[in-house]
Structures are given as C-alpha cells and as structure tokens.
Design a protein around this ligand. Sequence first.
Ligand SMILES: [Zn+2]
Length: 462
Amino acid sequence: MRIQIQLRIVGDDSSVISEGEILHLDKGDDRLEVVGLAFDEAKAILAGIQGGVVTAQAASFLARQRSCDLCGSLLLSKGPGQTQFRTALGTIALSSPRFHCCACRSGEARTFSPLNLLLTERIAPELLYLETRWASLVSYGMTAALLKDVLPIGGTADASTVRRHLHKVAGRHDADLSDEQPGGLGAGEDQPLPQGSVIVGIDGGYVRNWHDKKRNFEVMVGKSMAADRDDCCFGLVRSQDEQPKRRFRNVLGSQGLPVTQPVTMLTDGGDSVRALAGELSLGAVTMLDWFHIAMKLTGLKQYAKGLAHHNPVEALALQHRLERIQWRLWHGDGDEALIRAQALAADVAALITAYPGLKRLIKAVAGLATYIANNAAAIVNYSERWRNGERISTAFVESTVNLVVSRRFAKKQQMQWSKVGAHRLLQTRTKTLDGTLRDLFTRWYPGMAVNDNQVPDFARAA
Ligand SMILES: [Zn+2]
C-alpha cells in the first residue's frame, strides 16, 4: 500500500497557507519487520513536517515585517539571502532577505535582515537543551551519537559541536550570575530557616589536566540540604569562578531560601575547601567533618600497632594518648586536643626506636597538630550533635563528589579536562543531576514547555 503524508497549514482565518505532500511510503504487509514505520521513515516524516512548519512560520513573520511599522510604507528588498536554523528535527534552510530601512527612520542602519529579529539564535532552544542535558550525563561523543540515532539531525551533530553548545549554556548561566543585582538574586519569599536546618557540605575531587597530562587539578562540589526542600548541588573550578558567593546564593534561591539564610558548612578541613567555605557565605558556621577527623586518628593508631613490635610500652602510651585526643575532639574541646597533639608530636620526635616507620609516624602526628590548629574554629561538640540526631559528617558530600565528578570526568577512562571545560561542565551537570536544568531554559525561553525531566536512574547516586 502507499502511505501519503500531507501537511496543510492554515492561518487564523482558516485560509490555507501551504499544502502539499511531505513524502509517501510504499509499505508491504507480509513480514513482521515492515509493520509500522521504520525508524528512517519516521525521521524523514518528522524532518519533513518540521521543514514545512518552520518555513511557514518564517514566511509569516517576514510578511509582517514587509512594511514600516511607523508609516506603513512597503520596504524595498535589498536582495535575497539564506540562513539555516538547527532544530532537534532537522536543520532547515530558510530564505532570509535583506530589506532597506524606511526613509522615515533617519539615522538608523540602512538595511536589515528581518528574520534575525525572530531567529536571535541559529539553534532551537529545545535542541540546545537536549544536547546540554545528555552531554551533562554522558560523554560529548556519546551524546552526538545518541542524538543522531534517534533524531533526523544527520551530520550536524558531532562531539565538538555538542561541547561548544554546552559551554555556551554554562557561560550564559555564569553571565546571569554577574548580572544579578545584589539582593535581588534568588530572593526567596520565605523567612530564613534556623541555622541548623540548612547544612551545606563541600568537598574536593580531582580530574586529569589536559594541558599537563601528568597532573590533576581540583574541582569543588557541594550539596545544600535544607529541611523540607529539594537538595541542590553546585560545582566549580576555583580559578575559573569569579563569583562563588553569587553562585551559592543562587543555590539557596533555587531552594526557595532567602539570600540571608544562615547555613552550617561541613568541610573536610582541607585548605582549599576551608577557604571556599569562608568565601561562599559570610555568616556561615563552619564545621569540621567528624568522618575526616576519625580517619586521621585511625591512620595514626595503625602506627601504634607497628611500633608495638619494637617498643610495646611506648606503643601502648601512644595508643592511649591518641584516644584522649579523640575524646577531646569528640566533645568539641579543640584547644585541649591541640595542646595534647603538640606535646605528643614533640615526644614522638624524641623517641629512640628501631621501628622503621618512625619518620612517617613523626610526620603524621605533626600533621594532626597542624590539622587541629588550622581548623580550631570549626571543631564543634560532636557528641552533643550526635545525641541530638544532628549531622556530623560529610559522607553525603563524598557520594555527591563521586556522583558529580567521578562518573562523568572519570580518570580511569583517561579523560582529560581543561579548567574552563571542567568548570562549565560542572555547571550543567549539577543542574541536570538536581533536576533544575529545564528551569534554567524556561527562564531564558519562557515559551518553552515546562517538563519534569527526571534524572535517569543510571545517573543517580547509588
Ligand atoms: Zn516609515
């Protein structure tokens, strides 16, 4: 049988604007695989409809621009022109004539292309969204291959085009942040929540540097968790971020919190993370993550076990003193813990023993004292928080780092990144993962349909 696909476009007054066959298909009915449309047939039909629709819309828009909107005179054509508009359902070639400006508008440009007033970008927002969303989840190459498989976009999708488009989206988002008026950004209507009910964890991860393949650089990832709100993620490369504070206020805003919201920041105590936490939010209470303190002390206790083979008495004393330091820290007494750690460092340095790990032990104990000193202000009463059922650990951020960074920036896949490339991908990836990418697009393009694009299961935290 012959299937004919016709497209008829009518105006508001029901007059026919265009009419014609898009294509016809000769289909059999004698085999399983010929039942229904083949994928290529469906793509050809979609591309044909899209071409007809876009052409009619452009022509109708152009017709309205033919006369001067001040005096009504018909504008003279300067000559024909061509342009292309990339959509998710094909790239459409359009005629885009230049017109002379009306003589009544003195002092303005002499000619103009009216279609540029409609097609302010040469790519349809829906395609830009699809590319950005998928490239935030899987590699640029896979995104291009996937879109080519399911959409009639032929040769126009390749990895570098997709990357360029994602960078454009992230760059525009960053520019939005700098345009925001102080105070106006994300100004939630709600009253601030109590400090303790908004916890922000920040942690770092490393990705391979494209410019210096032997080195890695640090990317920062954070997660804001507020009572009765959706969690919100953010990420950045420190040297690429001129406005971490605004980025953070934007995060609070998307959770419906006021910019003045006091927060509690949990950090691992590393220098770069601590510095960023201080910059993000002035009034924030910074809290050293208990998980990292406990890890450090566990490492030191391993040395005590090694030392026990050579100096059992000293090893027992070391073990005991580490436990006292841990107890002080657990109860928020950083001052006493520091005095004890410094004394322990001095005593260990004076130790005479055949234990081969002594040098590393001395370094590790000195490191503990420095760690406590650097984070003195962020050591809180963990015991009390624990009893009250409050959060004392950034374990939730470690899984966020793993989710945001490891699975897309994968070091083991030998992926390499420039700092600007990593920073931009972090912007769109965090928005894709916490489900706010579509909101960004509907804010830029209010006519876009709001949809609730869920994060695919494979991209979720384990
Ligand atoms: Zn005029």
